[in-house]
Design a protein around this ligand. Structure first.
Ligand SMILES: [Zn+2]
Ligand SMILES: [Zn+2]
Length: 336
């Protein structure tokens, strides 16, 4: 989209209150502090977490808020204390800042930092022409990807990758919900020699076909029984009833990883489903080490992202498409 703002101002899509559509606003371009960079945004992917924020299932710490935490852009200005050069292409993920001092930060688990701050949640994010970000949390982006192609790696890719790591060395891997995260994760899992079993909403033939085209050897409805017991399952769909379904599908000793930040309530289930040393766990946020690993691995596979592009001012349309399950791959706002 051509820049439509006047000098010193930028276009942004702003959430005033949960339940309302985002509002287009012209506002001053933010100024970077000494440890921040000002980024001219080229693309920002739309994540299900953005939808949870807009729909009121998650409450951000500030309103009004510019959502968006899968940002690709170029440094327009560097703060005095950052080494990043102007013009460099960077990605900005969900993890915006950590304290570096708490027990979690000091044990390589900054994703669980007691005082962590998140992009497009505690801080204004990427549904805008510019943003500021702490330079220490920005990633360099591999050259093989365009801005639009790279954007979904920043959360869908990263959370999927962390979920896969928490699934251990499972060979037969189930994935529930074939959206942006799953479409990247299937490619990584296949590259690692794992066998993928994909679960979609019942009757979602297009989603099942998409999963097969990415390398899943079986695809079916979410309450179907897979052709053989699984070693692990990852749940991306925000649907609590999938937890007992996934526990039923994994073998003894298997792990079920809940990959989303929000899920509807999990119905009660017989202890028998957990018995046999099955493990149920969530995955929260990302560490910078996760990002560095994935961004080194993705171009070598190579992971290909499938995107559906929307102009910045159509951010509400992108959210609507995501809510109704109409996006194949990832929705991305193309900002420049
Ligand atoms: Zn901390
Ligand atoms: Zn996200």
């Amino acid at each position: 989209m051509a820049a439509s703002s006047n000098a010193g101002t930028m276009l942004a899509m702003v959430l005033d209150r949960a339940g309302l559509p985002l509002r287009r606003e012209e506002r001053p371009i933010p100024q970077p502090k000494s440890d921040q960079v000002l980024i001219r945004i080229d693309a920002c992917a739309v994540c299900r977490t953005d939808l949870h924020i807009v729909d009121g299932e998650l409450s951000p710490s500030k309103l009004p808020l510019i959502p968006g935490h899968e940002i690709i852009g170029r440094i327009a200005r560097s703060g005095s204390a950052t080494p990043l050069p102007e013009g460099a292409r960077v990605g900005v993920p969900w993890l915006a800042w950590t304290c570096g001092e708490c027990a979690f930060c000091l044990s390589s688990r900054e994703n669980l930092c007691d005082r962590a701050r998140f992009t497009g949640f505690d801080l204004d994010g990427g549904f805008a022409e510019y943003t500021v970000a702490d330079a220490r949390y920005c990633f360099p982006i591999p050259d093989r990807y365009t801005d639009q192609e790279a954007a979904p790696l920043m959360c869908a890719g990263l959370i999927g990758y962390r979920s896969l790591k928490l699934a251990g060395d499972a060979e037969r891997l189930g994935i529930y919900g074939i959206g942006a995260a799953a479409h990247i994760l299937i490619q990584v899992a296949r590259h690692q020699g794992r066998r993928v079993f994909a679960f979609t909403r019942a009757g979602d033939n297009a989603g099942q076909e998409f999963a097969r085209s990415l390398g899943a050897e079986w695809a079916g409805g979410s309450h179907e029984k897979p052709p053989m017991p699984l070693d692990a399952a990852i749940i991306f769909a925000p649907v609590g009833s999938l937890v007992p379904a996934a526990l039923r599908a994994v073998n003894k000793g298997g792990v079920v990883v809940c990959g989303g930040i929000h899920m509807s309530d999990i119905p009660s289930f017989p202890y028998q489903l957990l018995w046999g040393e099955r493990v149920l766990r969530s995955v929260a946020n990302l560490t910078r080490a996760d990002g560095i690993e994935l961004l080194a691995l993705a171009p070598r596979i190579p992971v290909r992202t499938e995107i559906q592009s929307f102009p910045l001012t159509a951010a509400n349309d992108a959210l609507t498409s995501l809510r109704s399950g109409k996006v194949r791959g990832a929705a991305v706002l193309s900002i420049r």
